[in-house]
Each structure stands twice: as structure tokens, then as C-alpha cells.
Write a protein that binds this ligand. Sequence first.
Ligand code: FES
Ligand code: MG
Length: 580
Amino acid sequence: MSDPKDESSKPAGMRKGLVNYGDAGFSLFLRKAFIKGAGYTDAALDRPVIGITDTGSGYNPCHGNMPQLLEAVQRGIMLAGGLPVKFPTISIGESFAQPTSMYLRNLMSMDTEEMLLAQPMDAVVLIGGCDKTVPAQLMGAASAGLPAIQLITGSMLTGSHRGEVVGACTDCRRYWGRFRAEEIDAQEIAAVNNQLVPSVGTCSVMGTASTMACIAEALGMTVPGGATPPAVTADRMRVAEATGAAAVQMAKQRLAIDKILTEKAFENAMRVLLAIGGSTNAIVHLTAIAGRMGFEVDLKALDRMGNETPVLVDLKPSGAHYMEHFHAAGGMATLLRELKPLLHLDALTVTGRTLGEELEDAPAAFAQDVVKTRANPIYPQGGIAVLQGNLAPGGAIIKQSAAAPKLMEHEGRAVVFTGLEDLANRIDSDDLDVTADDILVLQNIGPKGAPGMPEAGYIPIPRKLGRQGVKDIVRISDGRMSGTAFGTIVLHVTPESAIGGPLAYVRDGDRIRLSVSRRELQLLVTDEELARRAKESPQTPPAAPRGYRKLFLETVTQADQGVDFDFLREPRVKGRVPKA
Ligand code: FES
Ligand code: MG
């Protein structure tokens, strides 16, 4: 990683690596001549240059308000005396990214890092929203080391179906489940399809996008109140304008990202992740972002932090409401105020002031019912628990706040699927030997397995069980699940099956014991038997002959390292987070 202090202490256009056409004076002369082709005056070019990542794309309706956001950010920059310069980077829209958006997250982070370093800018506004974009931008910016500020695109509005409030995409799953169980017909499911995504913006529940928005604010990477305004609102545009103005101040103060992304900031973010009942994906993303700053995530310490962090935000899929309601309830200020005794209030934010100082000046509290008090939480512990055992020597996680209480202490018979194709072929078969007490096991959907660790960990309820009214069943995989999903679902089993983790050697009929209270995930098969199976059918890790897939398969790390590429992580380890 380049030394951010060295780099950011020089004016844009003069940084290391840029001065390469003859002498420094000529280099600047040449660059000015070319940018003047766009019609700039010297006065404009004398201002702090603020880069803005334009991540609009026709394939990404979650960023569909990009033109308005860009206009508002540019206005904020100019009002504060800077020169805005927008430039494109990769955009990843969750629903169209094949084989999975996670496969592309590191590519976007590399694009972001390199374009931040390649082009002269004194600070950068990162505009992201859809699930993988904010993590990718924070990873890239962390490695680039410049002053950087995050602007969230904002959530979509909620829709309405036959009098019921609906939103993407917890309700997508719920209605599809009802359709599969033959509770609703083809006409009704088609009607629902029009209502689930009623505007541009990110998913309206506490899925990965909303979770990462809250985490970005908790990290101190957005202006206060930057997480929750919906995409199409005036509040969102005011946040965009304020973000542009803040970026100019950051440039003037040389407020580089390493002053913001500290141990304390990561601990605040983890606290918030637990308290919002946030997406399990955020653990992987936070691990990757922290890894870019030289911090390793201690999953056991995170689990201990969960014991003293109740879920307070009543949003789907763990609760009842949607992002627009969280915003109306005062947004993150309401939550952070409630969490105050558990936070590092001295952590610095992009405004140059601490989280505590910003909270003092936040709008006054008022009565609302979306953010609960610590005395009366949605769920007494953090949303996510970390499991360990012979089936997951490197750990696994479960979103306990979205799981069925009666299944959290459960022993059952394994019904094994060897991959996505096997699952698709057999899950709805009437011949599938399965009961509601069994445990569905899905192999080969880890970081290398699928590849890209797809969100296929939300294994559908077998149709024959769905028809009997079964709503939940224990499911285990090395994949991820959408932050908008719910159920008793064990994810991120590490090491993954494709590289020979114990999950690869589970067979139909094996007994598995899940105990969330003891944080245990045990395969009740002897070590000798597992070794025998491993010898009998060894795993060959997947490989590719060329291109990005080759790079991906050769360098991607496991979930406990954030599924980042090994060569992108900061090699100097500074410590472990959280310290709890
Ligand atoms: Fe983009 Fe959900 S699909 S946030
Ligand atoms: Mg998602």
C-alpha cells in the first residue's frame, strides 16, 4: 500500500507516479493543457480537485438516481470551493451479476483503488448503494489511502399489494414461498412482481445494502444521517450536497482514510451490525475492509460482543418495518444514541469531528417505534452468532434473529446436495427422502466452489415439505445468503468443501448437531471415518485456464479473511478487532 500521508500531502496532479513526463513543471503544464480541452479556466483548476465515482448503469436500478446524486454532489463541491470531476468505475447490480455479484466485488475494489491512484484528486466521493458496491469502494479507498467519503444511493420506496406493504426482497421470497406451496396462483404472483420494487434505490429491508449503509455511517465514512434517506427523496439529495461540501473540507485538511478507519471505527461498525440485525454478508465485507487496513477480525470476540448487544432496529427480515420507516424514526442518530454506552464516541468521522460530537448535534430524539430501547429490544442478543465445531473448524455463522427458536437446538439426519445443480434437480422431487426434522446440507458453494460464494445458502424448503406447511428447516452450507432472507440457516462454513473442508465429506444419513446456545456445529462422525472418506474421494480445488476467473480461483481467500484476494490484503497486520 502506498503511504497515504506522503501521497495526500501533495496537491492533486503532483503525486508520486504522476510526475513522469520529463520535469515536474512540464508534467503539470502538459496535464493542464489537456484538461483545458474540456474548457476549464486556471481559476477552476486551482481549486481542490474532488473526484466522484459515477457508478450509474442501466443494469443497476439500485443506482438509478445517479444523475440527480451527481448533480447534488457537484453543487456541494462547488459551493464549498472545490472542483468536481466525475469518472466512471464498475457498477455491480445484485440481480444481474453472473455468476454472482460477490465474484465481482474484488474486481470493483481494484478498479476503484487504481482509478483513485491513477487520476489526480485531493479527495474522492464514492457513490455506491447496491450490496457489493459500498464494500468494494471502501476496500479500494482503504488501500488507496486518499481522503474519501461515502455517499449511499439510498433505499427504494415500499410498494403495496392488495393493501399490504411489500418491499424487496424479503417479500419476494415470502410470496414465492407461498406460490411454491400453492397458496397463491400465477395471476397473483404476477401482480406482486410489479409491486416489490416500486422505485429506484436499494432493497428496502435490512438486507446487505441497508446494512452496509448503516455500517458506512457507523464507520464514520458518511456525513451524519447519510445512511437512511430513501433514494428518491429531497433528504437524500441534501445528503449528497453535504457530502460534496464535506469532501472539500477533507481535501483541505488532508483527512486521509486511515484516520477514519481505525480499530475503534471497526468496533463501532460491528456493534451497529449486531444491533440492526444486519445482513450476515456484512461480516465478510467488514472483514475484507478491515483486512485492507491491516486488521484481522476475531470472530469469537465478535460473538462475545453479540452477547451484550441486543437487536434494536425493527426492520425486516428480523422485524416488521422498512428503511423509509427507519429514516422517519430519526435514522442512525436514534440508534447510535441508544447504543451510546457501547460505542467509541471519540472515533473520528469524515466531518473532522468525532462520532460523539456529531451525536450531540444530531436532531432531538422523539417518540417512535422502529428503534427499540436496550431495555426492551427486538431480540436480547446480537443478530448474528458464530458457531464452531468439527464441521466448521474455521467457523460458521447463523443469523439467530431470523431463525426459528425451536430449531436452534437441533440434532438431525443430513440430506446432502453436492452442488447447485444437484439441488435444482432434486429439491422438488416427490421422491426426495426428507422430513422436517432433517438437516439440508449444500456443498460446493463457497468462495472457490461456485465460484464467488453465491447467496444460495437460503436453500428452498423442499416442495413436498412446503405443501405440508413446513416453513423452516435447518440448512447448512459454505455459501452466503441474501441479507433479505430468513430461516434457521448456517452459513460461511469454513474451510469450504471445494478445498476439502469437512463439509465435503458429509454423507446422507450422517447425524449433525446444531446448538446455537453452545455455539456448536458438530458432525457426529468420527475423525477416522472422515479421514477415510477424504482419502476415498479427495477434492480437487477448482481451476481456470485464463482471465479474471484464474486470478480469482488462485488468490481468493476464505470467509474468515473476507473473501478478498490474498494479494490485496494489507500485509502488515496491525491488530485484531473487536477487542471485546
Ligand atoms: Fe441492489 Fe438489493 S438488488 S440493493
Ligand atoms: Mg442482497
